[in-house]
Design a protein around this ligand. Sequence first.
Ligand SMILES: CC(C)(COP(=O)(O)OP(=O)(O)OC[C@H]1O[C@@H](n2cnc3c(N)ncnc32)[C@H](O)[C@@H]1OP(=O)(O)O)[C@@H](O)C(=O)NCCC(=O)NCCS
Length: 165
Amino acid sequence: MIIRPDTEGDDEAIRQITEAAFAGQPYSSQTEARIIDRLRSEDALTLSLVAEEEGEIIGHIAFSPVTIAPFAVGWYGLGPVAVRPDRQGHGTGSALVRRGLDMLRKAGASGCVLAGDPAFYGRFGFRNEPALVYEGCAPQFFMALPLSGALVSGTVTYHPAFGAE
Ligand SMILES: CC(C)(COP(=O)(O)OP(=O)(O)OC[C@H]1O[C@@H](n2cnc3c(N)ncnc32)[C@H](O)[C@@H]1OP(=O)(O)O)[C@@H](O)C(=O)NCCC(=O)NCCS
């Protein structure tokens, strides 16, 4: 399995994997594939990595800029992340998260936030941070990981693509 930045022509596979992974999940808005498409078309897909196995894409992760008011720069939102249902539970999702964070860190990012399950994301160092407020999510599922420097406080806003319907 290799992890690489997406290239032209990967879009349809990313869409299919994202739709299949989120299908029927109670916490899903079923808009995740459209969010990725809109981030791409609005030049807000900071980092888009695919996991490839024997020439087939089996997973994908997206990172996009977030704003944290009153003032913080260099923070990104993780997600959506998806692994093809028949390949879940074999380390692909973790590898995508780790590689993405590593690349953000090397690029000088300040930190990363996400809305997700602490049982999964805690292993990468994400912690629930009450000082960071994201109105789209129950507080216990909103987490942050500083990548350089200190944790910041404030209100987090994702790219408008996350309001896609
Ligand atoms: C979440 C997801 C990307 C993880 O990818 P993966 O390749 O299955 O993950 P890994 O094999 O690296 O890690 C598996 C671990 O994650 C846990 N896990 C997988 N999906 C999880 C979920 N939705 N919530 C909490 N934990 C989850 C597994 O229980 C396992 O835990 P363990 O190592 O303690 O046994 C994948 O399961 C998926 O696509 N799920 C559907 C879409 C989704 O929920 N995306 C994330 C939204 S926040």
